[in-house]
Write a protein that binds this ligand. Structure first.
Ligand code: FMN
Length: 366
């Protein structure tokens, strides 16, 4: 399939190369159309560069707003029969994915504003071709009533039906119910729900873009219908695609395992130093990273003042959408790391996992 990947100005746009490769890996031909703001978060020359030695943007693959107005900077004017890029892209693409979709572009999609290449493609889009949107924004933005209002507008424009089809009735739905209703009643529109995690701004809450695997899965399902245990819903075997999807999941797990962010509070750092246990501490963190692949970040804070038998509270964050998470949690609860003793490991309301460990310098290696 020819997939057009729209990218907007959310921090999650750093994952553009990853989404691009994941879509290529399951066999799609992919072009990227990025807004100006998106370019703050990824390098367009990093995607299938023309010359890998001296990377240069591949203009056939990554399209920017400037490509809509070729030569404008040197005073060139439009000439009859010059191609109109957003219409060419609209003709080329069979599926439109916007990931991440930021609050600004969501509002533009809902209102029909067409002031850049991506929104022009949207404005010209064939309603019979699938669209997959993966919103990403700060929790405060996500929970603002304008988000639901704009999503409702998209739903109604995409023929949402049923009891909630009137704007008044659908106002009664909370965001989760709204997405559910949209996904069930708009055959050509699918919203990949954002997930809860610590956002780039430091807030914890819903708004982070869904995992790349979820986005790819949504694309596959929009194209082929829901995949059920190795078979498409139609009953046709889809082993090849399933295998490709599995390998995307594996690569994603490997890629994310290596980018666990670690934040140690000043008190915890001085405690580690005071006890001269830097190496032990590093080992514990490495062990946590290696044994919990779904781990995204570790925050280390102290529960008590340093003493011979001290407790450190280690706050672990793991994304809830990762398919491996439940296994990881089961695995993690069995762990004892050298002189670190696991006291408790429990999910909080957002399915972040708070693990309390005790450091016992005198205990035997477990
Ligand atoms: C560092 C930074 C991060 C941002 N992250 C987001 C985000 O995750 N979601 C969002 O809706 N807006 C975010 N914004 C704001 C958008 O980039 C801004 O609204 C921009 O005008 C969007 O333009 P676009 O929709 O044309 O891409 C961020 C801005 C900055 C400076």
């Amino acid at each position: 399939m020819k997939v057009l990947l729209g990218v907007t100005g959310s921090v999650a746009a750093i994952r553009t190369p990853e989404i691009y490769h994941a879509l290529r890996q399951v066999g799609h031909e992919v072009k990227v159309v990025a807004t100006q703001a998106a370019l703050y978060f990824f390098d367009p020359a990093s995607i299938d560069p023309m010359n890998p030695g001296r990377p240069e943007r591949n203009r056939q693959v990554v399209i920017l707003d400037e490509d809509e107005w070729p030569g404008q900077d040197i005073g060139r004017r439009y000439e009859r029969d010059d191609p109109v890029l957003h219409i060419e892209l609209r003709r080329w693409a069979e599926v439109l994915v916007i990931a991440p979709l930021d609050a600004n572009t969501l509002a533009k999609l809902a209102a029909g504003l067409a002031d850049n290449c991506l929104t022009c493609v949207w404005r010209a889009w064939d309603p019979n071709r699938p669209v997959i949107l993966a919103p990403a924004m700060n929790t405060l933005m996500w929970e603002h009533p304008l988000t639901a209002k704009h999503l409702r507008r998209l739903a109604i424009d995409h023929g949402a039906g049923g009891a909630w089809a009137s704007p008044k009735a659908s106002e009664q739905l909370d965001l989760e119910e709204l997405l559910d209703w949209i996904n069930k009643s708009c055959p050509k529109l699918h919203i990949v729900p954002p997930v809860s995690k610590r956002l780039a701004c430091g807030d914890v809450g819903v708004g982070a873009m869904a995992a790349v695997t979820e986005i790819v899965k949504a694309v596959e399902e929009q194209i082929e219908g829901p995949v059920e245990s190795g078979r498409k819903a139609s009953g046709e075997p889809s082993d090849k695609r399933e295998a490709a999807l599995d390998s995307v999941k594996e690569e994603h797990a490997k890629a994310t395992a290596s980018i666990v962010s670690i934040c140690v509070s000043a008190e915890a750092a001085s405690w580690v130093e005071l006890l001269g246990m830097e190496a032990e501490f590093e080992k514990m963190l490495e062990h946590a990273k290696a044994s919990i692949p779904a781990l995204r970040s570790i925050d280390v804070t102290l529960n008590r003042q340093p003493s011979q038998r001290v407790e450190a509270q280690v706050f672990l964050m793991a994304t809830m959408d990762d398919p491996a998470l439940d296994d990881d949690v089961a695995q993690a609860t069995k762990l004892n790391w050298d002189k670190w003793v696991m006291d408790s490991f429990s999910p909080d309301v957002n399915r972040h996992f708070v693990m309390t460990t005790r450091y016992e310098p005198s205990s035997e290696t477990r």
